[in-house]
Structure formats: C-alpha cells, structure tokens
Write a protein that binds this ligand. Structure first.
Ligand code: AMP
Length: 198
C-alpha cells in the first residue's frame, strides 16, 4: 500500500503515520526526518538544507525528489510506504508520479487531514512545552516565527495539492480536528475504501 498523508504542519501527520506503520507494517517516509538526519550528519544535503529549514521555508524540489527516489528503492519500502511531508509542491507530486511510474507502481490514496489553522499554533506550543518538560530537544523550526512561515508556505505551495489529487481521483479527506483515535479510524476507513476501489 502506498499512501500520502497531506496536511499543514502540526496537523498530526506524524502521529497518524506511526499508527499506520504499526498496523500495516510499512515504513513512514518523512522527508522532514530525512532532512533533519542529513543536517545532523553534516552531509552536503544537510549543509544546503539547514538554514532553509530553520527559517521555515521549503528545501528545493531537486533535493527532496532525489532523497525520495532513493528511499523508495530501499528494501523495506518494496511493499509500500506512508509518505509524510512529501510531496509539498505540485512539481514534487509530478516528480513522484514519474518516480513511481518508472518502477511500474502507483499510489493507493492521498489522505488529507483537514484542520483549523488557528488551532495549529497552539498545538505547536503545546508540543514544544511537553517536549521540554520531558527533557527532550525542540526542533529548530518549532518556534512561533518559523512555524507561521511554515503555515504560509503550506498555504501557498502545498494546499494546491488538494485540488491536484482531487483531479486525479486519489484524494480522501478526513477531519483532523477530531480526537486522535477518531482520526485514526477515519484514515483506516479511507484506506479500506481506497484499496477496495470504492
Ligand atoms: P516537516 O518535518 O515535514 O515539518 O519538515 C520540516 C522542514 O523540512 C520543512 O519546513 C522544510 O524546510 C523541510 N522539508 C520537509 N519536507 C519537504 C519537502 N517535501 N519539500 C521541501 N522541504 C521539505
């Protein structure tokens, strides 16, 4: 099963992706996690991406498309994957189509988490406070300024993907404001409907 989770920062994509991983035994491919790992490892890609990420802007399509093309070829992704945070632009969605088509594969569904944007800043602040209280490290882009920039980037560059995937017939929408278990149920229903061809 090959899925995309779509939704603004703080919508709960990461949490829901983790649940899908446990239930379906396919990996979560988060371009944000991959880029943060590259920054931490000090690779060339990491060096190019760091300042852009810290400012809440998008890394170039060229870099992320390359990362994803390599990642989907790894053994654990052969039976499927959950893309979290990719694609984030229409050109990335087109690149993904090419990457999958070259391997004779396609997507099963694109699941959009619809959320109220005003609630997202509060969610981010809560996540930061909980992480600090638990003695964890906070992401460099989890501060109000970068977060608002990430929301603007989402609105301008990623939101058009809803219309894009609605046109291809792959889009399924769930209410991301419901409680976490309810969102999981909605996603499972959407996945079941998509894989049944409904
Ligand atoms: P995320 O963990 O998905 O919130 O991503 C954190 C940051 O990584 C984003 O704000 C971007 O700077 C960068 N990033 C992650 N995925 C992408 C992508 N598909 N395209 C461009 N930049 C990305």
């Amino acid at each position: 099963m090959r899925l995309i989770l779509l939704g603004p920062p703080g919508a709960g994509k990461g949490t829901q992706a983790q649940r899908l991983v446990e239930r379906h035994g396919i990996p979560q491919l988060s371009t944000g996690d991959m880029l943060r790992a590259a920054v931490k490892a000090g690779t060339e890609v990491g060096k190019r991406a760091k300042a852009v990420m810290d400012a809440g802007q998008l890394v170039s399509d060229e870099i992320v498309n390359q990362i994803v093309a390599e990642r989907v070829d790894e053994a654990d992704a052969k039976n499927g994957f959950i893309l979290d945070g990719y694609p984030r632009t229409v050109p990335q969605a087109e690149a993904l189509n090419r990457i999958l088509a070259e391997k004779g594969r396609g997507l099963d569904a694109v699941i959009e988490l619809k959320v109220d944007e005003t609630a997202l800043v509060k969610r981010m602040e809560k996540r930061v406070a909980e992480t600090i209280a638990a003695g964890g490290t906070v992401r460099a882009d989890d501060n109000p300024e970068s977060f608002k920039k990430r929301l603007v980037e989402y609105r301008e560059k990623t939101a058009p993907l809803s219309a894009y995937y609605a046109r291809t017939g792959e889009l399924r929408t769930v209410d991301g404001m419901a409680d976490i278990d309810d969102v999981t149920r909605q996603i499972e229903n959407a996945v079941a409907a998509a894989t049944a061809g409904a």
